[in-house]
Design a protein. Structure first.
Length: 255
């Protein structure tokens, strides 16, 4: 366990070596994402449109997503490491590759969580945001979301490995798919034509949209968590086996 903690601390220090001002652009980008959406939901919910959620639920949903976004849709360094030729170097270290990537990712979450997310949680009630989850089942759902996020990230890393020099194409495809199907941008309850159930059942629906729906109290925790457990059981073996198979086709700087 110590080696994983050390790896996480190294990743944490890598985010803060430039000082807190170095993190200011990330904070500004997060706020620029959050504020327009908050305004948009106020406009939509203030009209005659029925979006299946109250204004408070919509605002809380978007607010918590902005604060926990890195956890709700996990992105490790696996794809970048593959493109830059660093992934092969991970095999030279006395630790499992998955373990290294998970520790690096979790360590990288800490600075933004401390500097941005925690202060925003404190001031949230001043803007009419409920920062207390509707049920404690939110926390198991969040853990399942993070676990599944790692599995899906490793699967996308395998796609990047197979694409060889087309890493940007893989990244673009991934961002388009995840943005639409994870429910982090548009809540599933706000979708028309009865699409809510379909989006909840597909694997990406068990990412951010699942714990956020539980947090604001618009979804039954038992059903959501059951789907999350199912996709974890299905996709983790796929990620492990495909990642192991992909070792045979990895290329490092053309070598």
């Amino acid at each position: 366990m110590r080696k994983y903690i050390t790896t996480a601390l190294t990743a944490l220090k890598g985010q803060t070596n430039g000082g807190l001002l170095y993190m200011l652009p990330r904070i500004v980008v997060s706020l620029m994402y959050l504020l327009p959406l908050m305004f948009l939901w106020r406009v939509i919910a203030g009209g005659d449109t029925d979006v299946g959620m109250t204004l408070t639920q919509l605002l809380t949903y978007t607010y918590i997503n902005a604060l926990l976004g890195e956890m709700l849709v996990v992105r490790t360094m696996a794809s970048n490491c593959s493109y830059e030729g660093e992934l092969i170097n991970l095999y030279a270290r006395p630790m499992p590759v998955f373990g290294q990537l998970v520790a690096q990712t979790v360590g990288g979450w800490v600075p933004m969580f401390v500097v941005f997310s925690l202060p925003m949680l404190v001031v949230g009630p001043l803007f009419g945001i409920s920062v207390i989850p509707a049920t404690l089942w939110f926390f198991p759902s969040l853990l399942l979301c993070i676990s599944l996020g790692f599995a899906l990230d490793f699967i996308f890393a395998c796609v990047t490995i197979r694409l060889r020099g087309m890493a940007w194409l893989g990244h673009s495809i991934r961002m388009a798919i995840v943005s639409l199907f994870s429910g982090t941008v548009i809540p599933f309850r706000a979708l028309p034509f009865g699409l809510t159930r379909f989006f909840e059942l597909q694997p990406f629906g068990s990412l951010g949209g699942a714990p956020l729906s539980i947090f604001v109290g618009v979804a039954e925790p038992s059903g959501i968590i059951a789907v999350q457990v199912f996709w974890n059981i299905v996709l983790w073996p796929v990620a492990i086996m495909w990642f192991a198979k992909s070792k045979e086709v990895q290329v490092s700087y053309g070598g």
